[in-house]
Design a protein around this ligand. Structure first.
Ligand code: ADP
Ligand code: MG
Length: 695
């Protein structure tokens, strides 16, 4: 077997390959483009394209594709072959700089939220040289952005790249204030821990709800769930281990730094975590992780479920977005450091994040809102829908000392106000972890834990980068003009800690006590997607994104439309699947068993009164009553699905789908789950939770 270092990034046109394959001057120009965003002229682009094509052909590629991330949240690709005829019977393999840099595609089938008039079907893709091209399934994949004819972004990559630039510019201003003259850029980093379920493909194929919705719409709890805590970090079964091994290898070939794998809390649940990288590459890589995971599972006769809540009663799946800021020289700005001076800089960045999370709680909440994630947030397993921060006891004590103008350590002789250079030294968060916090400081980075397992990590990172950029901008404006930097810094820290400490909570975020306390503190609690989403276009949020040019106002409205529309469509598919399964499978099965029971009772009665038919009679009564209730609710559900009011806007529609469809489905599932344990396995028409989770 080839060694891991040998296979790692074997299919990636990365820096090593570029240096090797490109003429020196071309390589240098390209690096300048990658690092500073300088324009690439046509002749250079042609040389790069030629080298890329030759390399890709060596790897067995015959096609190339611009690879982009439309607002569906998944990736899109359209393949063109490299062939170019030289005569009627000959072709050569060709790829020009123009084809590398720009692609034209029919955008009309991708969601645009009203940005693209129907007569303007054109969309453009443009090369993102900051994320490496790679070869997969016989094609050269070129990461690109995707925009409309009018230049509006129609994808998840464009705003991410903008937000990364914006936070870099503002962070550099802060670094200059601390005397750092060497850093040229600051790069937001991300490491996304991915949770998922694995089920057997044959079993999966017997459930329409899993096929169409990615989750079970009903299913009674198996006799055993996750209460024994025997799955978390448990030994990995051979069939799963074989899948994981191949998954790692495929990811490594694509340069994805897959690092950790383990069993998660729920039965059949697992996690994969890569080593962090730039937010842009991490976003691309997370898309690859989800895609390759599905493909490799399929090869092994398995299915990878990426839905946030495939099964009720056991944990759902999330994604932890670990995030930090680092300079191009490798300094992690959220590392507390060893000296007081570093600590002052660290504290300023820390306070910027605290202020950002407090002021833009709603945007963070919105960035993770989806129909699937509604099943997790606030359901007592994942973080609640309330955004708060955990920073650990030590940092909290330091911030309290700053706020009160006191010394942090008793040993510390001087007082804080005399200047930042007397700030105490501390190394890192020394307290225990808080698993319940939605946004936790974990030593040298923040871990945002509210993301749903199936979502792109782009949106949360766009929000994080932009909100932190805004706070850093305010801080830089204030401090750059200060006559006495140290004094101004102390005042600023003190003021902002006081103003925003309400967002910090180190207790149990799953508790009802916290809900009440958060309400007292005036924190938002948007329990559902439909409650959260409309706030995306609140005045302060529009001001934030437009002032930093991450989105224009029209783009924000279009994104909101798409999010609402996606919500309604998701519930619509679930409801139609529900009605279908109910009519064709569940009710017939219940009727079948009822009729068995009725026949048994009749037979017994015929034999004589001395034979007791009480068990059958009680069972029949119970099942028939529940079935009637189910049937009546089913009629309402079916009616509501067929008669969606046509005069509603997207928000009205989403609210309708939540209230008049989703909530009825939830009530119906409770009834089905109550009936299921009474029906013999030979009659129950679909695989049960036991079959799925403990195969
Ligand atoms: P846990 O499960 O305890 O949260 P893991 O080790 O599974 O921890 O995951 C931690 C994640 O955080 C990894 O993906 C890691 O690469 C990432 N990470 C570490 N440092 C940084 C950083 N500076 N910026 C972004 N992500 C980071
Ligand atoms: Mg984690």
């Amino acid at each position: 077997m080839t060694s891991v270092p040998e296979i790692f990034a074997a299919n990636v046109f990365n820096d090593d390959v570029m240096r090797d394959k490109l003429p020196k001057d071309v390589y240098k120009t390209l690096c300048k483009t990658i690092e500073d965003g300088a324009d690439l002229d046509k002749s250079v682009a042609n040389v790069v394209a030629g080298a890329m094509k030759d390399w890709a052909v060596e790897q067995g590629a015959t096609h190339f594709t611009h690879w982009f991330q439309p607002l569906t949240g998944i990736t899109a690709e359209k393949h063109d072959s490299f062939i170019s005829p030289t005569s009627s019977c000959h072709v050569i393999m060709e790829f020009s700089g123009k084809e590398l840099i720009k692609g034209e595609t029919d955008a009309s089938s991708f969601p645009s939220g009203g940005l693209r008039a129907t007569f303007e079907a054109r969309g453009y893709t443009a090369w993102d040289p900051t994320s490496y091209a790679f070869v997969k399934d016989g094609s050269l994949y070129i990461p690109t952005v995707f925009c409309s004819y009018g230049g509006e972004a129609l994808d998840k990559k464009t705003p991410l790249l903008h937000s990364m630039e914006v936070v870099s510019d503002q962070a550099i201003r802060i670094l200059r204030l601390f005397g750092n003259t060497s850093a040229k850029r600051v790069i937001p980093s991300a490491g996304a821990e991915q949770e998922y379920f694995i089920v057997d493909k044959d079993t999966f194929s017997k459930r329409e709800d899993l096929i169409f919705c990615g989750r079970t719409l009903f299913g009674a709890n198996p006799p055993k769930g996750q209460e024994m805590d025997d799955h978390y970090f448990g030994t990995i079964k051979p069939r799963i281990a074989a899948f994981m091994k191949e998954l790692d290898e495929e990811l490594w070939k694509l340069g994805v730094l897959s690092k950790t794998k383990h069993n998660e809390a729920a039965p059949a649940q697992h996690e994969l975590a890569p080593i962090y990288t730039s937010a842009n590459i991490a976003t691309d890589h997370n898309q690859l992780i989800m895609e390759i995971m599905r493909k490799v599972a399929d090869k092994h006769g398995l299915v990878a479920l990426l839905h946030e809540k495939p099964f009720a009663g056991v944990n759902g799946s999330g994604k932890h977005n670990n995030w930090s800021l680092g300079t191009d020289k490798g300094e992690n700005l959220l590392n507390p450091g060893k000296t007081p001076h570093d600590n002052a800089q660290f504290l300023l960045f820390l306070v910027a994040v605290i202020k950002a999370v407090d002021e833009y709680q709603d945007l963070l909440r919105i960035s993770v809102a989806s129909a699937g994630n509604d099943h997790r947030l606030g359901a007592g397993e994942a973080p609640p829908a309330i955004v708060s921060m955990f920073i650990g006891d030590e940092l909290e004590a330091i911030l309290a000392a700053i706020e009160n103008g006191e010394n942090y350590l008793a040993a510390q002789k001087q007082r804080m106000e005399t200047g930042v250079h007397v700030l105490p030294t501390f190394t890192k968060d020394t307290t225990d972890r808080n698993r319940t916090s939605p946004f936790a400081f974990t030593g040298n980075k923040f871990e945002f834990r509210m993301l749903g397992s199936s979502q792109s990590i782009s949106d949360p990172n766009v929000v994080l980068n932009t909100i932190v950029a805004e706070e850093l901008r305010q801080f830089a404006d204030e401090l750059e003009g200060a006559a006495d930097f140290n004094k101004a810094l102390n005042e600023l820290l003190k003021r902002e800690v006081k103003n925003h400490k309400r967002i910090i909570y180190n207790g149990n975020c799953y508790s009802d006590e916290w809900k009440a306390e958060a309400a007292r503190r005036g924190l938002h609690n948007y329990a559902t997607t439909v409650e959260a989403l409309p706030h995306f276009v609140d005045e302060e949020n529009v001001k934030l994104f437009t002032s930093h040019k991450v989105f224009c106002e029209a783009e924000m409205h279009s994104r909101l439309e798409i999010l609402l529309e996606t919500y309604s469509k998701t519930i619509n598919i679930e409801a139609r699947t529900f009605v279908d399964m109910m009519k064709k499978q569940i009710i017939p099965a219940i009727c079948e068993y009822s009729s068995h029971l009725a026949k048994d009772i009749a037979v017994k009665k015929k034999v004589g009164d001395f034979i007791d038919a009480t068990p059958e009679t009680e069972l029949l009564t119970k099942i028939s009553n529940l079935n009637k209730e189910l049937f009546e609710k089913g009629k309402v559900l079916e009616y509501n699905v067929k008669n969606v009011p046509t005069d509603l806007d997207e928000l009205g529609k989403a609210l309708y789908f939540r209230k008049d469809i989703f909530e009825i489905m939830q009530e119906m599932r409770v009834i089905i789950d109550e009936i299921e344990p009474h029906i013999p396995k030979t009659i129950w028409p679909v695989p049960t939770y036991s079959d799925l989770l403990f195969f």
